[in-house]
Design a binder for this molecule. Sequence first.
Ligand code: CAA
Length: 400
Amino acid sequence: MIDFSFTEEQIMIQKLARDFAQKEVAPRIKELDQKAEFDRSILTKMAELGILGLSIPTKYGGSGGDYISLGLACEELEYVDTSLRVILSVHIGLNSLTLLSWGTEDQKQKYLVPQAQGKKIATFGLTEPNAGSDVVAIEAKAQKSGDYWILNGEKMWISLADVADNFLIFAWTDQEKRKKRDHSGMSCFIVERSFPGVSTATIHGKLGIRAGNTGSISLSDVKVPKENMLGEEGEGFKIAMFALDQGRYTVAWGATGLIKACLDHSVKYANERKTFGEVIGKHQLVKEMISDMVSGYECSRLLCLKAGWLKNKGLRSTKETSLAKMYACDASEKASSHAVQIYGAYGYSDEYPVERFYRNSKGAVIYEGSREIHKLMQADYALGYRIDKPTRCTLPLPEE
Ligand code: CAA
């Protein structure tokens, strides 16, 4: 039977994330965005509340909660600002859930536990200056040397790069396979900021998500112990794709929060602002934009719920997650454009938050699989060119 009601636990986590975002961040977000300032105290508060350990089992230091709860938290966080949801996308979606699924028990104890407790912050380094959508075009390499791997390379456009303590870094371990673009020559490593040769920088001048940290990671002869390889040698590409299944899920849920924020602000303004002798909400063309936001929100949410339902059942959701991410991010870009339009000239200034929503919406149709990548994936599924095979590791069932 299909059941669209939320459990008590899901509602509790939704409220926790909403109260945190509304009380702790909403009053200051305009200033943080204007100054392009990442406020580290936000991470401390999120850790205290257990938000950084959502969906990670309590036995690994997490706060538990199923994958729908994680989604609802992402929705509430992005309702206030995209930068908050991005923290969960990289720390939990791309990194911690990947460690939980692919890590050895020792790796989980050493890295996942402090991450889930929020004592250490984590991110994911796949993208490079010359490789975004085309993952096998990365150039980072790892050479074996006794009990270590020596890593060299540059990562770019990495959320929380200048903030995180731990990184999942993808690099070629087989140069011959790299030349043939054979993904089975790529591996994944757990890298600590404290390892000599790791340096990071912040990227300035972004269009949106200005209250978030985005940066680069430079690896220069970084000695990584062999026990820090995640998965087996040659499994890096698959681990990256698995991680993206979780990261994209959080991005999709976040986009629903952005649409809802656009909708709520637009409805309020449309009921106040008057033109031609009546509130603008009475004009049919304004109604059309409001209606687009309503359908965008509801459809996006249903797609997110379906992907979350599959994850809760321990089933692979690559296709459904990709569709949810593609649709919700598209709808949020459209909703924020509509919101600015409804506010008219006022929407064009930072007097109202809709211009921030508009700028923030653009990133998500580019990162974690551009709109174009997801369109290709969906077409390939439909045409039968893409069929998902069982993977060696799956997302564990949520804790009872
Ligand atoms: N889980 C596990 N395994 C998977 C998988 C998944 N989700 N998806 C694919 N695989 C496996 C396949 O089964 C296949 O295995 P075999 O070789 O054994 O058959 C292998 O991986 C190759 O799969 P595909 O043939 O499907 O790979 P592809 O070459 O067709 O993939 C692509 C192409 C879909 C475009 C992919 O490269 C892609 O998604 N690109 C976008 C990358 C992206 O989103 N980058 C953003 C990173 S975010 C970041 O770094 C910034 C930050 O802030 C952290």
